[in-house]
Design a protein around this ligand. Structure first.
Ligand SMILES: [Zn+2]
Length: 89
């Protein structure tokens, strides 16, 4: 991750360990993913076992990890980092 935005020079490193809080956002996103996945599997897969849920959810978490990692940081920056969207200039 860059220390500063190369485009608008926003400082991304507010303070040491600033992004520790993003873990909670990531956790909330994971729980949401589990719930939605379990709901979809429950209603669409006939005869789903515990292993069906485990394999599906672990695969999703592994595949979506880079996306969730970045979006949790972005949401955290907007919520607690004082970052505001200014649009294209
Ligand atoms: Zn920028």
């Amino acid at each position: 991750m860059n220390k500063r935005c190369p485009h608008c020079d926003v400082n991304f490193e507010k303070e040491p360990r600033f992004f520790d809080g993003a873990m909670y956002i990531s956790y909330a996103m994971s729980v949401g993913l589990f719930l939605v996945s379990a709901f979809i599997i429950y209603h669409t897969v006939e005869g789903a076992t515990e292993n069906t849920y485990l394999i599906a959810i672990i695969t999703e978490v592994v595949l979506l990890f880079p996306v969730m990692f970045r979006y949790s940081r972005i949401f955290y920056l907007y919520a607690f980092g004082g970052l505001k969207y200014k649009g294209e200039e």
